[in-house]
Write a protein that binds this ligand. Structure first.
Ligand code: KG4
Ligand code: ZN
Length: 364
């Protein structure tokens, strides 16, 4: 296997959840194609993603996604120099489909293959778009599966500052939407309804708000929301319910980010902060605007990917793979997909955040 070849085109495959996505980028950071085939209709009647259905749907969509991506990029498969696929974390069936597909292509063209951590894909996306975003930066990663604050010190050097103790922000949007009888994914629908709602109409609890613990918790909010939904006429109140929920989630994200900024400054021993938001929930315009305001107030630079690059896509996997390949020039044909794959392997031991925060919390 030739692994030291010069790279012009990179292919990224993303199949960790319910989107079959293939992106192609070039070495000058141009996104040549970013095809996302979603499976929403397949899962609709079950009210959530069914892993077995997702895996089978990936199997039937992946060929189509590849053909569409090559057509859009106007290149041939043999012109791809580096093949990258999400290796985890995610649903194992989909991961196996994506990895096997991508590995086989790489093997048959004698090109390198890389398995990329899905969270790393989200984490580094903003660097694909912004040339001035150098390491280190503070990342707020808000997706369906994760809500984390991470100090990204360098490629491959991640320190998890905080994570959710229960549900993720995306899950909270999705479950709330389900309680209101809306389709999945619920986040975009809640955002749409919020536009005509009063965000101060309902007061929901904000677990861990203003605490010195840098983690998130959303399960109390979910329970309170469910009680309210059961006690009001959803149809009459849907706009206010959505807007109030969206505001509460945004307030929690902002408050924890404020604390993380302090911790990040201690970790990096610097007052300079670049803040990046990533993951599907980062597509939410209110959350983006609130974080932008916070950044202006705190005099920090804020970077946010375009909407299509916030939600799951193949270009982010291609970019993270390209970053890795430039540094390591390796290939990973022996990789086995990992349903669990933390970005920070030391998240539970020797974590500087835990040392800084200690039992009493950081001096805020
Ligand atoms: O990153 P992502 O596409 O997939 C995962 O890796 O999980 O994130 C999906 C999550 C879902 O929970 C979805 O409801 C949420 O992102 N989401 C949004 C919006 N768009 C997607 N949440 C709030 N507002 C949005 N506009
Ligand atoms: Zn994701």
């Amino acid at each position: 296997m030739t692994s030291h070849q010069k790279v012009k085109y990179v292919l990224g495959v993303e199949t960790s959840c319910d989107d079959t996505a293939i992106g192609i980028i070039d070495s000058s950071k141009n996104i040549k194609a970013n095809i996302v085939l979603n499976q929403n209709n397949y899962h609709k009647e079950f009210g959530g993603i069914v892993p077995e259905i997702a895996a089978r749907a990936h199997l039937s969509f992946i060929d189509i996604a590849l053909k569409k991506a090559l057509k859009k990029a106007k290149i041939k498969l043999e012109e791809i120099d580096l093949f990258c696929s999400t290796g985890g974390p995610g649903l194992i069936g989909g991961l196996i489909v994506g990895n096997t597909f991508c590995k086989t292509l790489a093997w048959s063209f004698q090109k390198p293959f890389l398995a990329i951590n899905h969270l790393e894909g989200h984490a580094l996306t903003a660097r694909l778009l912004y040339d001035d975003l150098n390491y280190p930066f503070l990342l707020l990663l808000v997706s369906g599966g994760h809500t984390q604050l991470i100090a990204v010190l360098n490629y491959g050097e991640y320190i998890r500052i905080g994570t959710t103790l229960d549900d993720s922000a995306g899950e909270t949007f999705d479950k709330a939407a389900k309680m209101m009888g809306l389709d999945q994914p619920g986040g975009p629908l809640i955002e749409k309804l919020s536009k005509e709602g009063d965000e101060n109409f309902f007061k929901f609890p904000k677990p861990l708000y203003k605490s010195k613990n840098p983690n998130f918790s959303f399960s109390g909010l979910k329970t309170a929301f469910s009680k309210t939904v059961n006690n009001v006429d959803i149809n009459i109140n849907k706009h206010n319910l959505a807007a109030s929920l969206q505001k509460t989630i945004s307030d929690c994200l902002l408050d924890r980010t404020k604390l993380a900024i302090k911790i990040y400054k201690q970790i990096t021993k610097s007052h300079k902060v670049n803040l990046v938001i990533a993951g599907g929930v980062a597509a939410n315009k209110k959350i983006r605007a609130d974080l932008k305001n916070l950044s202006n107030k705190e005099d920090i630079k804020f970077y946010v990917p375009t909407l299509e690059l916030c939600t799951d896509n193949g270009a982010m996997i291609a970019w993270a793979g390209f970053e890795r390949y430039k540094l390591k020039k390796d290939t990973m044909f022996n990789f086995k997909p990992r349903p669990r794959w933390p970005l920070d392997p030391n998240a539970f031991k020797n974590n500087p955040t835990m040392r800084l925060v200690g039992k009493k919390g950081i001096k805020a």
